[in-house]
Design a protein around this ligand. Structure first.
Ligand code: AMP
Length: 355
């Protein structure tokens, strides 16, 4: 739990000149670009050196760079950053590199509810949340000896699917598993993957209505994962496994996608249920979040993961998506975040969307 009081943090802030800040990686080009479109100044926290590639992207480049030696050092510069009037937009890499503990104690106003972290990073709690919301998750196999269907083995805290593997029998599992690491075994769900990008506003009622606030669907993507997504260029997975070549799940990029329109009601029902449950459990997931799903041949959704902040899968939609176009032209998730901060500033409710 973060015990930082958001209103205390904001007292020294000049609310008319807020600066949108994030770490220069992941979805930062989109975050800076979206903030600029809404008239904000931007600051890029860069590790080691000013990232040169931003010069090639003037509309995605922050107005100012702030250089630190290591991600973990960011907490030590909180006072300096506060003086710069920054609001932090956390993204996946930000949280991962800073570490959960430091992220929770970072003494800077941060977009979203930081208390979500313990519910998404602990697989047991995540299941309590998502199944408690009525979503269907892949079955969990507690005892590897009971593997009698294809399963995916996931290591805890693994970055971007690193070292995950598929097994179909206990024998295959035993040969591959790294005994020194903790893992979860899940049913491998057959179907097609959709990563759904939502935005929940607790302070605006102009979208899909919830008990409190409203929900938008801004876009969806499919991750490109190597080597699983292209392994068939060399041979079938079974053939390759015989040669000791195993597919891997490392994310290398993101592909835009849309789904059958008839599935959209389910998408909104799932999003709504997840938000309503989160409000009861820890005060609510605020802003962007993503449900990682597989749609089966019976058109059922199985949700295998939630990410409770902007995901890199939103990057193909810097100038809007086939869904956000129906909300407002040129609306990226980065821009939507900036709009929420602008709206909250105007209505004097920043404490409802920052922690
Ligand atoms: P995760 O770290 O949970 O996002 O998983 C990494 C990747 O593994 C996902 O992007 C999917 O491609 C795949 N994956 C994860 N869980 C499942 C599952 N239960 N069934 C099928 N594929 C999965």
């Amino acid at each position: 739990m973060t015990h930082i009081n958001i209103n205390d943090m904001l007292t020294s802030y000049d609310k008319k000149n807020l600066v949108i800040a994030t770490v220069c990686s992941h979805s930062s080009l989109q975050i800076f670009n979206g903030a600029k479109k809404e008239g904000f100044k931007t600051l890029g926290i860069s590790i080691g050196e000013r990232k040169k590639y931003y010069d090639a992207f003037p509309h995605g480049k922050p107005d100012e760079f702030f250089i630190v030696d290591k991600y973990k050092d960011i907490v030590n510069y909180a006072e300096e950053l506060k003086e710069k009037n920054v609001i932090i937009i956390p993204h996946g890499s930000f949280v991962e590199y800073l570490g959960a503990e430091k992220f929770l104690t970072l003494n800077l106003p941060t977009f979203g509810n930081r208390n979500v972290l313990m519910w998404e990073s602990d697989r047991k709690k995540e299941r309590t949340w998502l199944e408690g919301a009525g979503l269907t998750m892949p079955k969990e196999i507690k005892d590897p000896k009971e593997i009698n269907i294809p399963v995916i083995v996931k290591y805890h805290g693994a970055k971007g699917g690193k070292d995950f593997f598929i097994a179909k029998t206990y024998d295959e599992f035993s040969k591959r598993v790294k005994k020194d690491k903790s893992y979860t075994i899940q049913e491998f769900v057959m179907g097609t993957r959709y990563y759904l990008h939502y935005f929940y506003s607790p302070i605006q009622n102009n979208a899909y209505r919830l008990t409190k606030g409203s929900l938008q669907l801004l876009s969806m993507d499919r991750r490109d994962e190597t080597t699983i997504d292209e392994v068939q260029r060399l041979g079938s997975i079974a053939e390759l496994e015989e040669l000791g070549i195993h597919p891997t799940f490392v994310v290398t990029g993101n592909i835009p996608i849309v789904m059958r329109e008839s599935l959209l009601p389910n998408v909104f029902e799932m999003g709504k249920a997840v938000v309503e449950k989160s409000i009861k459990l820890f005060g609510g997931v605020i802003g962007s979040f993503c449900l990682e799903t597989v749609v089966t041949e019976n058109l059922e959704f199985k949700v295998f993961e939630i990410s409770a902040r902007i995901v890199a899968g939103t990057n193909p939609y810097v100038s809007g998506s086939p869904y956000s176009e129906f909300i407002q032209p040129d609306l990226s998730t980065g821009r939507r975040i900036a709009q929420e901060i602008k709206f909250a500033t105007r209505k004097k409710v920043l404490d409802k969307i920052l922690t």
